[in-house]
Write a protein that binds this ligand. Structure first.
Ligand SMILES: *Cc1c(COP(=O)(O)O)cnc(C)c1O
Length: 372
């Protein structure tokens, strides 16, 4: 699905140097590398304040804590997502309120968000799925109207650009009250381990996130609130500084690979290529098609591709409301029909910065044969 080896090989000398620099400094926690990375990422994200932390899941938890989400609160989140945003709501004693997504963009359904708002709603988490922003203009208007917070999970959409008909524009993560991201190795901006960050244009909120991530402490051994320990390692920050310089080039390579897939697959019956939302650029964390078979589903196609030694993946094979860990939310099959249908039709093809035409032709040939 990804070729980290090829990508790393191209920057290996700089990476080796960066790691050596950290070893020579013996500064493994905090320090110059982390500070510089936070600033450099902030510069790339419309001058936002960036607070790095240990991973993208922690970033979501810290965001909710910074906004004061706790027991008795409700937070609205899509039913078709990676589990992190749902998990952290539950961990804080709040209630995840699930809503369906749009069948074309896979992003949170704005009408469903508005319909799910109650007196207890504190926030909504928009997950920018697969590399394309949710409808932030509409979501922001809803958030303003009901005085709730808007959080953007940008783990799959870092550097995606949003611009809508109402004049709202900016980079993913800077459009709501607070954004979060992940530097998991396979993400568009990935390190060599775990990492994550919070993004906000509010200096106060950024400083609150920093305090929470550091044991609820601003002054050493003085704790003003209950916090967590969540840090980005200096070595990872040094690596990320190099990867960040190449991020636009990486995203461009993904975009070109996506265009090649489009050409190979467009118009074939039984397959729908990824929809492009005119409001958002697409950074193609995943290239996800929908398959429609006379008999069988996405799993059938995945297995056929596996026969030809082509990796593919179903993100996500079971929507949140049908996961046993969330039985207590009392949802049932049929509650989120779009999410349920997507879980049986979506298929993500190999997508990374090193993909070439020959590989994609081979993939397309076998994919088209599998849906015949
Ligand atoms: C990867 C991912 C996360 C979690 O990031 P980690 O760094 O693995 O904790 C959260 N949300 C989404 C949408 C993701 O894709």
């Amino acid at each position: 699905m990804v070729d980290l080896e090829g990508q790393t090989a191209r920057i290996r000398p700089q990476i080796d140097k960066a790691i050596a620099r950290v070893l020579d400094s013996s500064r493994y926690i905090g320090g110059e590398e982390v500070k510089s990375f936070n600033e450099e990422l902030g510069d790339k994200l419309d001058g936002a304040f960036v607070t790095s932390c240990a991973n993208g899941t922690d970033a979501l938890q810290i965001a909710l804590m910074a906004l004061g989400v706790g027991a008795g609160d409700e937070v609205i989140v899509p039913a078709f997502t990676f589990i992190s945003p749902v998990e952290v709501i539950a961990l804080l004693g709040a209630k995840p309120v699930l809503v369906d997504v749009y069948p074309d963009t896979f992003n949170i359904d704005c009408e469903a968000v508005e319909a799910a708002i109650t007196d207890r709603t504190k926030a909504v988490i928009a997950v920018h799925l697969f590399g394309q922003c949710a409808n932030m203009g509409k979501l922001f208007a809803i958030a303003e109207k009901h005085a709730i917070f808007l959080i953007e999970d940008t783990a799959q959409a870092i550097s995606s650009i949003y611009c809508d008909e109402h004049g709202l524009s900016g980079k993913a993560g800077t459009l709501g009250h607070i954004g979060t991201t992940s530097f998991f190795p396979s993400k568009n901006l990935g390190c060599f381990g775990d990492g994550g960050a919070l993004i906000t244009s509010s200096m106060d909120l950024a400083s609150e996130c920093q305090t929470i991530a550091n044991h609820g402490s601003e002054i050493r051994y003085s704790h003003s609130e209950v916090g967590v320990n969540s840090r980005l390692d200096a070595i990872q920050a040094a690596i990320l500084r190099i990867k960040l310089e190449n991020l636009e080039e990486y995203n461009q390579a993904r975009k070109e690979a996506a265009a090649r897939y489009d050409n190979l697959l467009e118009g074939a019956s039984g397959i729908t290529i990824p929809h492009r939302d005119r409001r958002s650029s697409h950074v193609f964390h995943q290239y996800t098609v929908k398959v429609d078979l006379a008999s069988g589903d996405n799993r059938t196609v995945l297995e056929a591709l596996a026969e030809a030694e082509i990796p593919s993946a179903i993100y996500y094979p079971l929507p949140v409301h049908l996961q046993s860990a969330y039985n207590w939310l009392d949802y049932k099959e049929g509650d989120f029909p779009v999410s349920e249908k997507l879980s049986k039709t979506v298929l993500s093809l190999p997508m990374h910065t090193e993909l070439c035409m020959e590989q994609q032709e081979y993939i397309a040939k076998h994919l088209l044969a599998a849906i015949k």
